[in-house]
Design a protein around this ligand. Sequence first.
Ligand SMILES: *Cc1c(COP(=O)(O)O)cnc(C)c1O
Length: 405
Amino acid sequence: MPTQDARLQGIGNGIEGRDFRDIPLWRDVSSEQWNDWRWQARECVQDLGALEQIMALTAEERRGAMAAEQEFPFSITPYYAALCDPDDPMCPVRMQAVPHVAETRRMPFQLRDPLAEDAHMPVPGLVHRYPDRALLLLNNMCPVYCRYCLRKRLTGEVNEVLSRAGIERAVAYLRAHPEVRDVILSGGEPLYAADARLQEVLAALRGVSSIEILRVHTRMPVVMPQRITPELVRVLRAAAPLWLVTHFNHPKELTPDAIAACERLCDGGIPVSNQTVLLRRVNSSARILKELFHKLLMARVRPYYLHQCDLAEGLEAFRTPVAAGIEIMEQLQGWTSGLAVPRFVIDCPSGGGKVPMGPEYVVSTAPDEVTLRNFQQRIYHYPEPQDRDCTCPYDARWFARIDLG
Ligand SMILES: *Cc1c(COP(=O)(O)O)cnc(C)c1O
């Protein structure tokens, strides 16, 4: 019997990225520094010269990095940079983090604010689109700027942090809107905040009695697993029930360090789920995604959403046809653990919210039966209730008797 540790080490195929001491830029860095999240945050790679010392850039990447200075900045943690293949521009980690000249391409349907979040902010930093939940954007900074980000508009020269007064305004709004029972901390990167500030924000939100659950949407376990310290886990646990939602896109990102970060969260009482963005050539394959979702489950992380890429500016090269995502779902549903199957969603342009997409399993409906196909294309008939006086909500007479409001 393999031990738990041996099984976990097997999750990521033992891929650890390069030893940082083999990269000239970090030859003299101690492992203590490397494993300190503040060092990782301070040493983020943000200029072309440094990037060229870590990997052999293509002409398209170099031009992309130069264009990034004007538009969407780049930043890569030393940890994530060491995970990039220095010689292969098609490395799935590198494609997510290193700018490419394709980002300068503009399409008529691309939007600065694809989900119309700015229009749904009743107070600055708080997006309230759905009836019972709201999104609190704590800052606009990330240690790694994902090249396919939907909030590109927010990042730039100026780092912004929601002030204490800003938090108070958001809290006052939430107190006046008790229908909001789920508040999501996002950004930017919400876990870029120091523990003490997070503690303060979480305590302020916990002071609103109508808020049932809190969520932290963060990419730290993926791009800077050193941030998930035992102290941070305690701060998050103190605000329970709190769900952490992270963002792995490829099995290569499940390094021993990343897995250990997820383990610390789970062991510390924080349930962890994952959102993946479907990205052309990065992970647009049922085989890759199935491997990712299986390995996430082994790290006790539940695949939650698979997102169709949004229509933000410069993302055309990352988009896949909608049919590709549906086909991937077809190859997952029924063929593997239900727990390994996320929901595939498109966030409607201009703020309609998320719409679930997938293969159609209902072949036809009739008054007395529904015809279904299963994952293997076999046909089944499911009879509807025969007793038409039952309180079946699909019974027309029952419908007629109530006010559907
Ligand atoms: C995605 C999103 C949420 C959360 O949606 P869930 O389906 O509950 O995860 C909340 N607010 C906004 C604005 C969103 O885009």
